[in-house]
Design a binder for this molecule. Structure first.
Ligand code: ADP
Length: 557
């Protein structure tokens, strides 16, 4: 008899698995290390960014404040420019009426001013006031207010005396005391010589109640999280929340332009200081980076796992091809050799002829079983496996399966015990008889293959639970090599074969148990195994006594 053997060395699958795990780990580390470096760098950048974003936040608050100051200053300047656009000739007594008319018009249209006046730089300088009641210009009597006007005019009078020319006579602010906030405009003759001054006093209440709030609205309208605060010359809060803590946050401060330059404005966010804002940004970015890194790592892990699985599957497939070729080649060689003996009339003894005939029968049965398994497996994989169900007696099916093994079991000296505790009542199942026989045959085949000298097999058929809803159980028990706990989890996987020990010398395609499991589950049942390494195994097929309602031709992908 020819035997072809080119099996991989013992422990080979385990070594391969170890190598695969190592490659997986290396791949993971190769991705993890740069990722950790990147994360470290990212952390450093983010801490730097935190500092610069704090500065940027303060700068942006400063920009808003500048815009507010500019808004207020420009509005005041614009109004003064228009209200005080008085020509030098208007200072002459004969034009007083005209001047009064101009201020009447201005006072009707402007609400933020209190007094209008002109100073003519004669010797001595003279101040005329606009009288709101009589709507005419009147001589000013000596008063603190007039003192303030003089104070504002003095630098211009000096310049006038020094015959300084003013090409562009523009308005400017002047503050004497908190109540005396003036806008003044120099008046020049045709040759740009200073001849006088026009001025007006501004109403601080109007600025507090109208001008500043509308400037805030204009600048901060789209920044609802920012709040403005204004302090007056005594450091009292005029506008803004009476929030105890806000003082700590209001560090970005600006003075308003003249004549309100003793008022200070600040803006802040009631929810956070620039530091807190920058920290929150930092934490948000850091979390985002960490989440991204985790997702990336998860993706890499998943990709590596899939690659490793694919490798494992392709290893199993190539093992399968080599196993199946062995499985086919050995019985075929035996059949050929025995056939040749018989053709050449080398065996004349009737007993020998029967013996050889039995060998040929056993080997061809094994071939048929193997081919049936392979075909079934391909049908199961493609989802085309169909079970034709009918009412059948479980005991008859098991006996039929044992019958097919009769010769082989006898040849190998096996003792088989069929136990049926309650033989009086038949155990009827609505099942595919061929499939059930195939499942039992696969178990018996394994019990023989993995017996390791323990040539005894017990097959038990029993009913468990109550007669209506209980289950029918077929168990095949051997006293062979047994299966470790760890391996028990995998033996029902397709192509899986235990990788070490005696099992290496046993032929197999790694499909038998996966087909058993499929058949049993397709009948609404389950398969389980109890095994002790070196002591033997018991495989049990559990079928529900009332199958789940399916009757014929049910397809189980
Ligand atoms: P095969 O027997 O063709 O390898 P199976 O799917 O029938 O494939 O079995 C898968 C594996 O389970 C076997 O390779 C063997 O390692 C283990 N096994 C199955 N039945 C037994 C048993 N009765 N005793 C010990 N090991 C077994």
């Amino acid at each position: 008899m020819t035997k072809v053997r080119s099996r991989p060395p013992e422990g080979f699958p385990k070594r391969r698995a170890r190598a695969r795990r190592r490659a997986l780990l290396l791949g993971f580390l190769a991705a993890l290390v740069p990722l950790l470096i990147l994360l470290g760098l990212q952390y450093r950048w983010l801490t730097e960014l935190e500092e610069s974003s704090r500065v940027a936040r303060e700068a942006s608050l400063g920009t808003y404040l500048d815009a507010i100051a500019k808004n207020v200053g420009y509005g005041t300047w614009k109004e003064a420019e228009w209200s005080l656009s008085v020509s030098a000739t208007a200072l002459k007594p004969e034009y007083e009426g005209k001047l009064a008319k101009h201020f009447t018009k201005v006072s009707n249209e402007l609400s933020g001013s209190r007094t209008y006046f002109v100073v003519s730089f004669g010797d001595p300088a003279k101040i005329s006031l606009y009288d709101f009641e009589t709507k005419s210009m009147v001589k000013a009597a000596e008063s603190p207010r007039i003192q303030a006007f003089y104070a504002a005019a003095v630098p211009w009078i000096v310049r006038g005396r020094m015959e300084r020319r003013v090409e562009k006579p523009e308005p400017e602010g002047f503050r004497d005391d908190p109540e005396m906030r003036l806008m003044i405009r120099p008046l020049v003759d045709d040759e740009s010589r200073l001849v006088g001054l026009a001025g007006m006093t501004l109403d601080p209440d109007h600025y507090r109640d109208n001008v500043l709030p509308s400037a805030f609205e204009e600048v901060l309208g789209k920044q609802p999280d920012l709040v403005a605060t204004v302090w007056n010359q005594r450091g009292e809060r005029m506008i803004g929340p009476e929030d105890e803590d806000s003082g700590n946050r209001e560090r970005t401060i600006r003075r308003l332009p003249k004549p309100f330059d003793d008022w200070k404005v600040s803006i802040h966010s009631p929810t956070s200081t620039p530091e807190q804002w920058a920290r929150a940004n930092f934490l948000f970015n850091l979390t985002l980076s960490a989440v991204l890194a985790l997702v990336l790592l998860g993706g890499i892990g998943l990709a590596l796992r899939t690659a490793s699985r694919e490798m494992h599957l392709s290893e199993m497939k190539s093992d399968f091809v080599s196993n199946v070729s062995h499985e086919l080649r050995t019985p075929l060689s035996s059949i050929r050799v025995f056939g040749e003996f018989m053709r050449l009339d080398r065996v004349t003894d009737a007993a020998k002829v029967r013996e050889y005939g039995e060998y040929i029968e056993t080997e061809s049965r094994r071939l048929t079983q193997l081919i049936d398994n392979i075909l079934d497996f391909s049908r199961i994989e493609s989802g085309g496996k169909v079970y034709h169900r009918e009412l059948c007696d479980l005991e008859e099916l098991v006996a039929g399966a044992l019958k097919t093994f009769e010769v082989r079991l006898r040849q190998k000296g096996f003792r088989v015990y069929l136990e049926r505790p309650e033989a009086d009542e038949p155990l009827l199942l609505n099942a595919d008889p061929g499939a059930l026989v195939q499942a039992v045959c696969n178990l018996i085949d394994n019990a023989v293959k993995y017996s390791n000298g323990g040539q005894e097999i017990q097959v038990t058929i029993e009913r468990r639970g109550d007669p209506e809803t209980g289950e029918a159980v077929v168990s095949v028990r051997d006293h062979g090599i047994g299966i470790s706990r760890e391996e028990q989890k995998h033996i029902f996987d397709r192509f899986h074969r235990v990788g070490t020990g005696l099992v290496h010398d046993v032929r197999g395609a790694g499909l038998g148990l996966s087909i058993v499991q499929h058949i049993v589950e397709a009948h609404g049942g389950r398969v389980d195994v109890k095994s002790d390494l070196g002591r033997g195994s018991t495989f049990s097929l559990h079928f529900p006594l009332e199958p789940t309602g399916e009757t014929v031709d049910e397809e189980k992908p």
